[in-house]
Design a protein around this ligand. Structure first.
Ligand code: ZN
Length: 285
């Protein structure tokens, strides 16, 4: 007998002994698979298939499980890229000492998790992220979780019923409308300037990210790099057509939102202070 070959695909390529046994495997089969080189023992009770995600392998080998923003990214949630693998410590991993490129993040606010898989589920991952991210970035991540339907607002209210006020505020600021983290950041920052923007507005048959006033459209790139030549073409065509309808279009890149917001803010305020975001009589509907 040998281990079922559909096991790794359903579990990011890394399984605990108890997951393997639950799936019908036996200790003898595990031993034989390790001896044959089909799977690799990462630490006591954890095994990797060759298809395993390298980040997951590193976290488990280091004595933790993948959690926080790295686990959320595995689930498809928009998270800020910091180049590190965020893990939750197991009892074996004590103290601050984790290898370079790893970040040890503890579950916050009295939540305790039973480790059942190599990657934490959405609520445990969020509980770790609450202790790891600044407030705006936590709102960004919560927004993405709500938008994807990975958790309900009720579940998050329950998760953070006794959390510090900063965490509660981050939850209150999330509305689940944003399709990307950069959109959430733009919405939060414009609100803070006292500018109320309408997200995801239909203009004819085009949906734009934000409408400020009556005719300032703000489009926000969700990713660090634009690799898609077709999307590049399409975006320019949209901008031109919206300009023909009398709208001003500002397109913000990922790095402008994350790293150069002060310049973006100054430009938007310049437009608003002239009243250029308001519709004048000459513009047709
Ligand atoms: Zn973290």
């Amino acid at each position: 007998m040998q281990l079922r070959d559909d096991l790794p695909a359903a579990h990011v390529g890394v399984l605990s002994r108890s997951q393997i046994l639950t799936a019908g495997g036996t200790d003898r089969e595990i031993r034989l698979a390790v001896a044959a080189g089909t799977i690799r023992r990462l630490r006591a009770g954890w095994y990797a298939w060759p298809t395993a995600e390298p980040d997951v392998v590193r976290a488990i080998a280091a004595g933790g499980v993948v959690s926080c923003v790295t686990a959320l990214a595995v689930l498809g949630v928009w998270v800020p890229a910091d180049g590190r693998v965020h893990l939750r410590r197991s009892r074996r991993l004590r103290g601050p000492g984790v290898a370079a490129g790893l970040s040890a993040c503890d579950l916050s606010h009295r939540r305790s998790a039973r480790t059942t898989s190599a990657v934490d589920g959405v609520l445990d991952a969020l509980a770790a992220a609450a202790g790891c991210l600044a407030s705006d970035m936590l709102t960004v991540v919560i927004d993405s979780v709500l938008h994807l339907g990975l958790a309900t607002r009720d579940e998050l209210e329950q998760l953070w019923a006794h959390a510090p006020r900063a965490v509660r505020r981050a939850l209150d600021a999330a509305d689940g409308t944003a399709e990307s983290g950069t959109e959430t950041l733009v919405r939060l920052r414009l609100l803070r300037l006292g500018l109320s923007v309408e997200p995801q507005v239909w203009i004819g048959r085009k949906r734009v990210d934000f409408l400020l006033g009556e005719r300032l459209i703000i489009e926000v790139d969700s990713r660090a790099w634009h690799l898609d030549a077709q999307a590049y073409e399409r975006d320019r065509e949209r901008d031109r057509q919206l300009a023909a309808l009398g709208y001003h279009v500002i397109r913000l890149t990922y790095s402008q939102v994350l790293d150069d917001w002060a310049s973006v803010e100054a430009d938007i305020l310049a437009i608003v202070s002239r009243g250029d975001h308001l519709r004048d009589a000459a513009v047709a509907a």
